[in-house]
Design a protein around this ligand. Sequence first.
Ligand code: IMP
Length: 406
Amino acid sequence: MSKADVIVGLQWGDEGKGRIVDLYARDYDVVARYGGGDNAGHTIVVGERELALRIVPSGVMHRHVELFVGGGTVVNLQTLVEELDALAALGMDLTRLKISDRAHIVFPYHVQRDKAAEVARFDAIGTTGRGIGPAYVDRVARTGIRFADLLRTRELADKIRTNAGDGESADLLKTTIGHAERLKAHVVDGVAWLQERLTQGKRVLLEGAQGTLLDVGYGTYPFVTSSHTIAGGACTGLGIGPSAIGRVIGVLKAYSTRVGAGPFPSELHDHRAEQLRQQGGEYGTVTGRPRRCGWLDAVAARYAVTLNGLSSAVITKLDVLTGFERIGIVTGYRRGRKPAGFADVGEDGLEVEIEELPGWSEPIRGYRRIADLPKAARDYVERIGEILGVPIEIVSVGRERTQLAR
Ligand code: IMP
């Protein structure tokens, strides 16, 4: 029996997990996603080629890797079919992609509800507008439609009629049956499928979507996504027990970003935010929105270590900080004179304490060893290691697949 390792984002998503999963996937037999849907957008860069993935796990570049979409996900069939077409056009074999019969389906009516809810809200969340929240609402309300239902046309028709209303249901049923024809060969008993591989001793990597601080239970509620993004979500999202989990590897961007509304204690509002945005290409993969940018937040990072039971970390996009004279880290929160913690985020009057470290100006993309980095960059990485209290396995120093220092 093997144990499955988890890769999670430690901030508000967009830490560059896709690329890190791609890197680790080489040493695994299976890469499985456990939550979220096409609100996620993982970009993988291989040479000149850029691949935007929404649903398909980031291990896709490795031909030997089996890909799995777990029962904790919500999947838009149209997005999935388009993604499979795009990958097939690149010559990829996707018979190795399996989808849990327990995964839920995102329908156009979920997308409509998501958009309408945003307009109706006093404080809009800034969702990706992909119907993710409403699909999870249906799941919990026990009115959702699952991949298992795609295989049973009569029940599917009844359920679609109930959910979509008579007006829309005929067209929707027709397109859904078309999608079902196309996708049914990928649908498996998700619990048995994964269990079999763990029992066979296969090496399994579990890929988180979004980031820790967007977790529906423990993130900056209500400005969160609707799934459990933390490592524990891998158990419920795949139907495995906590004892099946091995290592938990966290991905931390060298600074912070957030897309959508909600509290962001270390946010910058001056030219430095713009510099981070430009140097880091901080625009949403799914929505194209400019991301809000700020310094690394040590309070939030330590909170993320706790929530995930982290074993080790990977730091991404260190090169983006090149050229900053001084680099800040938020090391504490206060409300008035009183020290505050992550639970106080979103409360009025939260102030931050910032520690500044010297920056560096020399390009660092060519470095392959952490120990060889310019002193200021090395010191910054060391400081992050101290904050997290776990070993740092890798630091990414550029966009290309090989631009990594160990
Ligand atoms: P939803 O997941 O579309 O409901 O959006 C809820 C919140 O999560 C919004 O602030 C989104 O911007 C954010 N979000 C959802 N998916 C991602 C992601 O993959 N990266 C970053 N933010 C995300």
